[in-house]
Write a protein that binds this ligand. Sequence first.
Ligand code: ADP
Length: 168
Amino acid sequence: GQLVLDPAPFNLTEAIEDVATPVSTRAKEKDLELIVRVEPGLPRSFVGDVGRIRQIITNLLGNAVKFTDSGHVLVNVTLDGGNMLRFSVTDTGIGIPADKLKLVFEKFSQVDASSTRRHEGTGLGLAITSRLVDLMGGEIGVESEEGKGSTFWFTVSLPVADEFEREQ
Ligand code: ADP
């Protein structure tokens, strides 16, 4: 179970588009609006393991679409302080009961049996995602209200690849 990071410069917007594009097909099929917002003025490129970052966002975005039947899924990327990137995925889906919120990052955890029957899955995605965020020295969390929706977020502090290149 060894996970090793392979950091290199990557373009932030491209990385998000790479993961949002395949998910947008499924979102469209379910008639969900998929919104991606990258805070204006962010540095264009950071140094990090973009493959792992894509894996994390894919898991959160995949879950958001899977557990939402109507409304929207919003991906938001902001920069807190100097170089702390904050990614969040908000959905208007089934939500998670308060007493189950802490469990979702555990291995093989699924919120309930009926949801397991309706939504296929292994209960492993978020456990792996949370390990990857740990490995990058970041934090992961979730806020949710049953029946209203969920916001999964993670932070990761990455060096800016080129300080002078700014997104318009
Ligand atoms: P799975 O393969 O079952 O989706 P995950 O580890 O990715 O495994 O998620 C674990 C459980 O957390 C899910 O089975 C589901 O019960 C709950 N969950 C994860 N994301 C969401 C979400 N966006 N909305 C509601 N429930 C969620």
